[in-house]
Design a binder for this molecule. Sequence first.
Ligand SMILES: Cc1cc2nc3c(=O)[nH]c(=O)nc-3n(C[C@H](O)[C@H](O)[C@H](O)COP(=O)(O)O)c2cc1C
Length: 251
Amino acid sequence: MTTTLVVLAHPEGRSFNGSWANATVKACRAAGDRVLVSDLTAMGFDAVERAAHYPSLPPAARFDPLKAQEAAHVPPADIAAEIIRLEQADRVIFHFPIWWFSPPAVLKGWLDRVLQHGRIHTVDERFDRGKFKGKRALICATAGASQAECAHNGKEGDIRMQLWPLAQTLRYLGFDVIEPRVAFGVHGYHEGDDKSALEARLARTLSDQAAVLRDFDTLPLWPFNTDADFDANGQLKPDAPSHSPFIRHTP
Ligand SMILES: Cc1cc2nc3c(=O)[nH]c(=O)nc-3n(C[C@H](O)[C@H](O)[C@H](O)COP(=O)(O)O)c2cc1C
């Protein structure tokens, strides 16, 4: 049986993001899949990594988050539960709005705390050798800005670059990252025809989700460089492709 982890980063279950996450859950259940849901705000997820989460550390010791995570054979209880969900999942699907050109802080904090060094990734287990190799992840995001404004030349900045750090994090863990699904122009200020058009578009996004889940294993992937594309200094080889301005040939 396929297990899907849905990570929702939105403070309101009745938001469009909440509805979209529900559509994912419903589609998974209809397909007979097992679904795990991490509704971060509803859980009161503590997004700030700090020494207090590691009571076994000597009180006056300088807090080194990577070392603390690696030494925590028993991770903090809230994190242990998230790690189990993540490790049990065959698929991970993120639902969140773009807030200030990036995912909401609670999701960044989830990455900071759950992706424990030593357990979820190690120096020897990352990128091509990441622990989640063979598993797929999908980002479902909403933006208040229009698709044109989030294009490569749009005034809000390229949505793919806004999402790239999260996608690269997943790639670092070994996941294959599916091309992101983004609903644009999502906000409550539309009126008249604009409002009706948005509602129709969002309704389609929700009804399409069953097909997204059905086709999950064959949906096109966001391209990333392989380890072999980099030289001994970790720099892109001259003949290797560049898939993102984040890793490019010319400065
Ligand atoms: C704190 C905050 C920051 C936001 N920043 C952006 C942004 O950088 N780019 C953008 O397109 N929309 C931005 N928005 C609009 C949200 O993306 C939009 O409200 C959300 O996608 C709507 O989805 P919802 O109805 O599920 O909340 C922001 C909204 C908030 C509350």
